[in-house]
Design a protein around this ligand. Structure first.
Ligand code: G3H
Length: 483
């Protein structure tokens, strides 16, 4: 609707030269909803759901799929614009921004296919003890979706789309860094779905989310973000035990490089795992355990590989290290390095930790110990903390003591060793990657975590289940129709 209220100005991490040096540049603004307006959006979502009697939750699966397919068609028209907005807002390379867009479209298409399968499975009847039962999947109500800045499109839509397609109505709040890119798609939502089915609330989370949660009218909370925020939000809901939460949270994924590893492979994969999109991925490798016998060579090869990375603007071809969107991040990362040095670590590579406004030069820190922030904190930036070990029980103990449990990368070329280690590792995390970096994709795979790393499971088919309930239409047969 036309906007008369406050706006939030958006500054790009891509800086320009000014008389006072490099400065983040203003690239746009978005409206800030008041708490009252956020509640109006909730009213609209609730009205469209109509206590399960609304047009959307009672529409056939086929009709809902048609709306989503139309939306994908509209979305494709905006591919370049959305990718450019991702690039300008969060500093992701243009190539990776396009990949994020394409991956999101693939996810939506795969979700549609999975729903068709689920619907086929639901169309049969089970005849048990004189009862003919049809097992279906039914929606849950109003879903509040919040995505993170690092995948502002993909991580928002991988919850929003399955929630929607299952017949729920949705309220979504874009992340602070990564909001403008949603604008071109709002019109497409308006064109493809009945009024009130998809609602956006823009603005300061601290002002608009608490009243929504405190109203007790949110049926499902979905957040890809921090465990601290998730705990706080859940507590605001008056019926927290009845609230379904689908959460992707903190992670401190470890790489474990045993004495039997192919070292070049371990260097290549741990580097990509730790530094893709500047280490700002929940699935990034955030600590490396390397066997004593390989540590010197590993540090040397890793330093060389970092020196060959291309640092530059996100539109440059083959760029690896780009500007960081959070203005306080470079200083936070510098503080982590200072803290590690204070507690006995060395900074291994040249230029490590150099800051140029929104750029931070990647750093390898060794040997990391439990006194340092980098031992447990999720740095979410281009720092690779390294620890050496002599006994494989040491990294496993680290994982057991960790509050996180998302993924591990295990490097070894010894099949007996791998066979021995897989169970102890997969019982600590939700995915073990053999001789490769940690990652979410392909997105059809289950995506979850243990302990503080997740609640519920995302992936294509798991997400459809997460945003619905298994319900039953049971018909008691009389003697007449039993025949
Ligand atoms: O930040 C979390 C993302 O889901 C990670 O996805 O492993 O494909 O980069 P990715």
């Amino acid at each position: 609707k036309p906007w008369n209220g406050d706006v939030h100005e958006v500054y790009s991490p891509i800086c320009i030269e000014t008389e006072e040096g490099l400065k983040r540049q203003l690239i746009g603004a978005y409206p800030i909803c008041t708490a009252k307006e956020a509640m109006e959006a909730l009213d609209a979502a609730e009205a469209a759901y109509g206590n399960g009697r609304g047009e959307w939750p009672t529409l056939t699966v086929g009709a809902r799929i048609k709306c989503i397919e139309k939306f994908v068609h509209e979305m494709m028209e905006k591919r370049d614009l959305v990718a450019k907005l991702i690039m300008w807002e969060i500093g992701k390379s243009y190539t990776d921004s396009l990949k994020e867009f394409d991956r999101t479209v693939q996810y939506i298409n795969a979700t549609v296919d999975a729903l068709k399968d689920l619907d086929r499975q639901s169309s049969g009847f089970h005849l048990v003890d004189g009862i003919a039962a049809q097992v279906r999947r039914s929606p849950l109500g109003v879903v509040l979706c919040m995505g993170p800045f690092n995948y502002p499109l993909n991580e928002t839509y991988t919850t929003l789309i399955p929630a929607l397609i299952m017949g729920n109505t949705v309220l979504f709040k874009p992340p602070k860094h990564g909001s403008l890119l949603h604008y071109p798609l709002l019109e497409a939502f308006g064109k493809c779905f009945p009024k009130g089915v998809v609602n956006s609330v823009y603005g300061r989370g601290a002002n608009i989310i608490p009243p929504l949660m405190e109203s007790g009218r949110i049926n499902v909370l979905t957040l890809i973000g921090s465990s601290k925020v998730a705990d706080k939000l859940k507590k605001q809901h008056p019926k927290v035990n009845r609230l379904r939460a689908i959460l992707g949270l903190d992670a401190k994924n470890a790489a474990i490089i045993t004495a039997n590893a192919d070292l070049d492979q371990a260097v290549k994969e741990s580097l990509a795992g730790a530094l893709s999109f500047n280490g700002q991925r929940c699935t990034a490798i955030k600590i490396v355990f390397v066997h004593d016998s390989l540590k010197d060579q590993y540090l040397e090869k890793l330093s060389k590989a970092i020196s060959e990375l291309k640092i530059g603007m996100p539109w440059e071809k083959g760029v690896n290290i780009t500007p960081l969107p959070e203005p306080d991040k470079p200083q936070y990362l510098k503080d982590c390095l200072d803290d590690a040095v204070k507690h006995g670590a060395r900074i291994i590579n040249e230029n490590a930790g150099e800051i140029n406004e929104s750029f931070f030069y990647p750093a390898i820190v060794f040997p990391v110990n439990e006194k340092m922030k980098l031992y447990r904190d999720e740095q979410f930036g281009p720092i690779i903390p390294v620890i050496s070990f002599s006994d494989i029980e040491e990294p496993i103990d680290y994982l057991i003591d960790s509050p996180h449990g998302q993924q591990v990368s295990l490097f070894s070329d010894d099949s007996h060793e791998l066979a021995r280690l897989i169970d102890p590792l997969v019982n600590q995390v939700s995915r073990v990657n053999i001789n490769s970096q940690c990652q979410r994709g392909p997105d059809v795979f289950p995506f979850t975590g243990r302990k503080d790393s997740a609640e519920g499971t995302l992936s294509v088919s798991d997400a459809l289940r997460s945003f619905s309930i298994r319900s039953l239409v049971a018909t008691k047969l009389n003697d007449e129709n039993k025949k």
